[in-house]
Design a binder for this molecule. Structure first.
Ligand code: B12
Ligand code: SF4
Length: 456
C-alpha cells in the first residue's frame, strides 16, 4: 500500500527557514514503513530540493543553510484586512506540487502535518489542492501541532483528525480504514525509530530531537502540556542516526529541536556530545530552541565547544518580576552565570544569544530593555520574539478569565505579528517597533541608558 506524506505550505506575513523540517511527519513515515507501507514524501518547504530551482528562483542560503523561502503573494484572509502588510504563501509553486503528484501516481492514503496554529490557511490550501487532484476518495489524515492544539478548528477541513502524539494509535486507525491487520508489536517510536530522512532526494541540513517534553511549566508555553512527562532517546542511537544521515546526504549542519536538552545532562546530552567527539564528526551543531540557562554547566559547555556548536539560544524571555510569575525557569543570575561559562570556553555573541519575549501580559517595556542590557553587558547576543497567547496555556486561560480574550478568536488573530495591531491589553505596534529599534541600537553598541527614559 502506498502512503503519501505532505509537509504543507505556510501562509503568513513573514516566514524564514530557520532549520524547519517536519520532524513529526518523518517519524510518521518511519512508523508507516515499519507497518509495511510504501512511503512517499512531498515537502513543499524544502528549499534545498535541487528540483525546485527549475520552477522558482530559490533565495540563496544565509547562515548555516538557513534562508528565505520562495513565495507568492496571496489574498489576505478577510479577518486580517486591517493589517498593513502583504500576505504570502511560502514554499514550492503549484506546478512543482502537481508534477510531484503526477510522478508518484496512485496512492492509498495521504498524511498531512502541521506546526504553528496561525499558519492554518497554508495547510487548508494544501489540502484543497490534494482534494482537487485526487477527488474525495483518498483518505487524508491530518496531524501535528495545529491539529493537536485546535482539533475542532482543524476538523473543518473534513479530514481524519489525528490529535494524539502516540503513533501507536495510528495503526489501529489504519486498521479501521482499510479493514486490514497492520499491527505487529508495540513500536516505541521515539526510541526505536529514526526520522525517515531517506524519503528526501536532497537536504540542506538535518534536524533531530533527543528528548521530548519539558519539566518546567512556563505560563506562556504549551510544550509541557502536550507531552506526558519527558522521554530521552539513548545517546548512542541519537549519534548513530546523525552519522547515518550525514553520510547519506553529505550535509554539514545538524540541528537539535529539543525543548529541554540539558535535563539530566550527565547521563544524556553530555553522553551525546562525548560520542560526537569520539566519532570525530566534523559538523556544525545548532540549538535554535532556547536551552535552560539554569542547567548550563562547565562540563557541558566545554564538550559543546569541542563538538563545534555554532548556534546556541538561551531562553531568557524577560527581566523583572515576571521571571518568577511566569514559572521561574530563569533568573538574571542564571543567565549571567551561563553567559560567563560560554564566554570562558571561547563562545562569543556570534554563537550565543538569548531569546527575549516582547509583550508578555503585564510586561513593562523596561523589563525588555533591562534584559537586552544584561545580555549586552555579558557579551552575548539577543533576539526579540513577540509574545503570542497559545490556546491552552496558563496565560491564555488567565487572559480569558480577566476578560482580555474571549477564547473564540480566530487563530490568525493570535499571530504574534498581528496581535499588537488589535489587542489593546498589551503593547501596541508603535511600542513594539520602538523596542525593536532600540534593540538594533543596543546591538550596535549605543548606550542603553540614553534611550531608557524615552521609551515608555
Ligand atoms: C522545534 C520548535 C521550533 C523550531 C522549528 C520548528 C518547526 N519545524 O517549525 C524553531 C526553534 C525554529 C521554532 C520557531 C518558532 N516556534 Co516553535 N516549536 C518547536 C517545538 C519545541 C517542537 C516541534 C517539534 O518538532 N517537535 C518534535 C516532533 C516529533 O513533534 P511534533 O511535530 O508535534 O510531531 C508529533 C505529533 O504531532 C505527530 N505528528 C506530527 N505530524 C503528524 C502528521 C500526521 C498525519 C500524524 C498522524 C501525526 C503527526 O507525530 C509526532 C510524534 O508524536 C514546539 C513545541 C513542542 N514541544 O512541540 C514549538 C512550537 C510549535 N513553536 C511555537 C512558536 C510560537 C514558534 C515561533 C513563532 C516562536 C517565535 N515567537 O518566534 C517560531 C516560528 C518559526 C518560524 N520560522 O517562523 C509554538 C506554537 C504556537 C502556535 N500558536 O502554534 C510551540 C508550540 C512552542 C510554544 N511556545 O509553546 N520552533
Ligand atoms: S518555555 Fe521552555 S522551559 Fe518553559 S515550559 Fe516551555 S519548553 Fe519548558
Amino acid at each position: 500500500m502506498k502512503a503519501l506524506l505532505i509537509n504543507p505550505w505556510i501562509e503568513d506575513f513573514a516566514a524564514y527557514d530557520f532549520w524547519l523540517k517536519p520532524l513529526g511527519l518523518l517519524y510518521v513515515g518511519a512508523y508507516l514503513k515499519k507497518l509495511g507501507f510504501d512511503v512517499f514524501l512531498i515537502d513543499l518547504m524544502n528549499r534545498h530540493d535541487k528540483n525546485l530551482e527549475k520552477y522558482v528562483k530559490v533565495p540563496k542560503d544565509k547562515f548555516y543553510k538557513t534562508g528565505k523561502f520562495p513565495y507568492t503573494e496571496v489574498k489576505k484572509p478577510e479577518i486580517l484586512s486591517f493589517v498593513p502588510r502583504k500576505y504570502k504563501r511560502y514554499g514550492a509553486p503549484e506546478k512543482y506540487f502537481l508534477d510531484k503528484l503526477n510522478e508518484i501516481g496512485k496512492i492509498d492514503i495521504i498524511l498531512v502535518t502541521s506546526t504553528l496554529t496561525y499558519w492554518y490557511p497554508g495547510y487548508w490550501e494544501t489540502i484543497n489542492f490534494l482534494r482537487k487532484y485526487y477527488g474525495n476518495k483518498i483518505p487524508i489524515i491530518f496531524g501535528g501541532f495545529y491539529v493537536r492544539n485546535l482539533p475542532s478548528h482543524a476538523q473543518r477541513t473534513n479530514t481524519i483528525i489525528y490529535s494524539g502524539n502516540d503513533l501507536n494509535r495510528l495503526s489501529s486507525l489504519l486498521e479501521k480504514l482499510f479493514s486490514k491487520n497492520f499491527r505487529k508489536n508495540f513500536i516505541d517510536w521515539f526510541e526505536d525509530l529514526d526520522p525517515a530522512y531517506e524519503l528526501y532526494d536532497n537536504l540542506g541540513y538535518l534536524v533531530f530531537t533527543t528528548t521530548v517534553g519539558c519539566p518546567f511549566k512556563c505560563s506562556y508555553c504549551i510544550a509541557h502540556k502536550i507531552w506526558n512527562g519527558m522521554k530521552f532517546r539513548n545517546p548512542h542511537k541519537v549519534v548513530n542516526a546523525i552519522e547515518k544521515y550525514v553520510e547519506k546526504f553529505k550535509v554539514s549542519d545538524v540541528v537539535f529541536f529539543d525543548d529541554a536538552i540539558l535535563v539530566n545532562s550527565k547521563k544524556h546530552f553530555n553522553q551525546i556530545l562525548k560520542e560526537i567527539i569520539k566519532r570525530n564528526l566534523k559538523l556544525n551543531f545548532h540549538l535554535p530552541n532556547g536551552i535552560h540557562a539554569k542547567m548550563v554547566s562547565e562540563e557541558t559547555v566545554e564538550l559543546m565547544a569541542q563538538a563545534n556548536f555554532k548556534t546556541i539560544k538561551l531562553g531568557y524571555e524577560t527581566a523583572g518580576e515576571l521571571q518568577l510569575k511566569t514559572g521561574g525557569k530563569v533568573k538574571d543570575e542564571d543567565l549571567i552565570r551561563a553567559a560567563r561559562i560560554f564566554r570562558k570556553y571561547g563562545f562569543t555573541e556570534k554563537e550565543v544569544s538569548a531569546y527575549i519575549m516582547v509583550n508578555i501580559p503585564n510586561q513593562n517595556p523596561d523589563d525588555v530593555i533591562n534584559a537586552m542590557k544584561i545580555c549586552k553587558n555579558e557579551g552575548i547576543g539577543f533576539s526579540l520574539n513577540e509574545f503570542t497567547p497559545i490556546v491552552g496555556t496558563d496565560d491564555w486561560i488567565n487572559l480569558i478569565n480577566e476578560g482580555k480574550l474571549t477564547g473564540l478568536e480566530d487563530p490568525l488573530l493570535l499571530n504574534n505579528t498581528v496581535l499588537p495591531f488589535w489587542w489593546k491589553y498589551g503593547m501596541n505596534e508603535n511600542m513594539v517597533q520602538r523596542l525593536k529599534d532600540l534593540a538594533r541600537k543596543i546591538k550596535d553598541g549605543e548606550l542603553v541608558d540614553k534611550f531608557k527614559g524615552n521609551i515608555s
